[in-house]
Design a protein. Structure first.
Length: 119
């Protein structure tokens, strides 16, 4: 993801300026994740976080935050893939009724971070 033209303290096109640094303890072993969620509204961000928490043990955020000058809301949660709560849903259960299906693909940023994007 490239950021808009503005001050970028790390001089890297892949740095998103509004995200807090990641604490090393949160990713100290394979299976631990830090998930930053950006959404148009509180309900969407909290609903996505809830989907993660229903599948894996997750330290969740109680509220979203808004950054001045940035669109939407954000939150950060911490899933642990070593502690599944429930089995993965079947593909038909993952679809939202009334919504067209989008194909997802993985994106690897120059920094090595992997993200998921919709086509």
């Amino acid at each position: 993801m490239k950021t808009p033209q503005r001050r970028n303290p790390l001089a890297s096109p892949g740095v998103v300026p509004y995200m807090d640094p990641i604490n090393e303890a949160h990713v100290s072993e394979p299976g631990l994740l830090v998930v930053d969620i950006a959404a148009a509204d509180d309900a969407t961000a909290l609903a996505f976080q809830q989907l993660l928490a229903e599948r894996w043990a997750t330290a969740t955020a109680e509220r979203t935050t808004r950054d001045a000058g940035e669109p939407g809301v954000r939150l950060r949660c911490y899933p642990d893939l070593h502690q599944p709560i429930s089995p993965a849903p079947e593909p038909a259960e993952r679809r939202v009724p009334g919504r067209a299906r989008r194909d997802l693909h993985h994106h690897v940023a120059p920094s090595g971070r992997v993200g998921v994007a919709c086509r």
